[in-house]
Design a protein around this ligand. Sequence first.
Ligand code: ATP
Ligand code: MG
Length: 566
Amino acid sequence: MPTKTTSPSQDFIRSIIKEDVRRKKNDGRVHTRFPPEPNGYLHIGHAKSICLNFGLAEEFNGLCNLRFDDTNPTKEEEEFVESIKEDIRWLGFDWGDREYYASDYFDQLYDWAVKLIRDGKAYVDHLSAEQIREYRGTLTRPGKESPYRNRSVEENLDLFERMKNGEFPEGVCVLRAKIDMASPNLNMRDPVMYRIIHATHHRTGDKWCIYPTYDFAHGQSDSIEGITHSICTLEFEDHRPLYDWFIEQLGIHHPQQIEFARLNLSYTVLSKRKLSALVEEGHVRGWDDPRMPTLSGLRRRGYTPEAIRDFCERIGVAKRESLVDISLLEHCLRQDLNIKGPRVMGVLRPLRVVITNYPEGRVEELEALNNPENPAMGTRKVPFSRTLYIEREDFMEDPPKKFYRLAPGREVRLRYAYFIRCVDVVKDQKTGEVTEVHCTYDPETRGGWAPDGRKVRATLHWVSEKHAINAEVRLYEHLFTRPDPGDAEKESLDFRSFLNPASMEVIPSCPVEPSLADARPGGHYQFERLGYFCVDAVDSSPDKLVFNRTVTLRDTWAKIRRRGLE
Ligand code: ATP
Ligand code: MG
């Protein structure tokens, strides 16, 4: 079992918080928040942030708020708000009655903007967006002051009020903070605080036609909520001096921002912009496509909240960016499903087997263990009869040396049933393909053991033909062929060109054992020898059973660890 990279008690964020609590900073209070922008579905990267923020609140007897950072009316939708809440609850976290929206603070933010204007620390700028960019300068070249920078307080107050009243079209002017155009930190070069957007907001409707930028809203929203530790990803490190500046100018409660490295996962993209492109351009079947790294996609695929939380704990938090191997996520899932998932038998690509010495019409109910790892899960009956299906790849007419499964003359075990020996094959006259295998069974081997102690080298899964029910099965591979598709752009390549054309295979009709007639949407099973499967909660119906393969049984992470290559 992999050891945890950083145990939660000793990562750098927990050390900071522990020290703050010890020094009675904020009266020893710990109050965090998870601040999604409702412009997409949550993904596994967000899960890392959720587990961290809600986890810290739990550990330090504090609180964690849910706050939607809804400052951009053009990209945000109610659908996203609902999905975000559902996903956080599914992960097992609770924000109580503390569901907030940055838009709840628009009046307060407006008043603070007016205060900064009065104090001579903000001004209305009529430069175009392009000029503002040009005047900003670069890392090596200082910026240039706007000709509108030294407008009088009265003029600024008047113009800002008229911006608010809808007197100007979009893009005519903006409100900027008056800080320092020569600052080595580009974020401090008079950043934009408000822009004109004539759009309807999902909560405030048409009340506003000016909207605060994320930079002007985020830190103050944290402050209003009394957040003590404002935890965010590394790209906001350079914004911290700006957030601190606003808070100091306004003289309000000062949360401490702490940055950590975002999660990057191999064979996956975790940028909402890229994920929404995949959805909108139809590369996947929706935000909850089982190939998506979204929480709704992972859930539909068969991931459990326990597996995702275990994963987030094992990856820990650090200051340095890294690419986490997706096989670690799969490993966490197998650990969880191995205990939970009942074993069943189903056949993906059936080959008919006729047991020629088994009486026609006879049916035996054989006892099978529901989970050998968890005897408390009990047993079930599986019907056995003269005609069965086995997996096509479990038979070879002319087997190579290391193939130990069924072949002419060879004896194998049928799981929980009997030893069978292949005595004949039936072929398609035209293609020469084997269409049926004839076997005899040894009645002495009921249950799968020979009283004379003779051994067989293979145990096959099987389903009785006349008792089988049909299921559609969807098999998945990584969505991308390249371990770091997110980095493609750094090489001027389009991440879409690394989409895996074989990421989904649909097998429309697979025989599965009759106990699955009771399978409920979202139910987890281990199909013997084939992997973990989950009943698709969207496309399954009482007369059509659809399974997603969650993950195969092959644990590449465990193998990597054994080889010491981690
Ligand atoms: P993207 O960059 O994909 O558009 P985002 O960061 O803009 O995502 P938000 O809705 O703003 O998405 O994110 C909410 C919270 O989740 C933020 O605190 C953000 O830092 C955190 N978060 C987003 N992506 C990751 C990730 N890959 N790993 C860890 N935390 C993340
Ligand atoms: Mg963001």
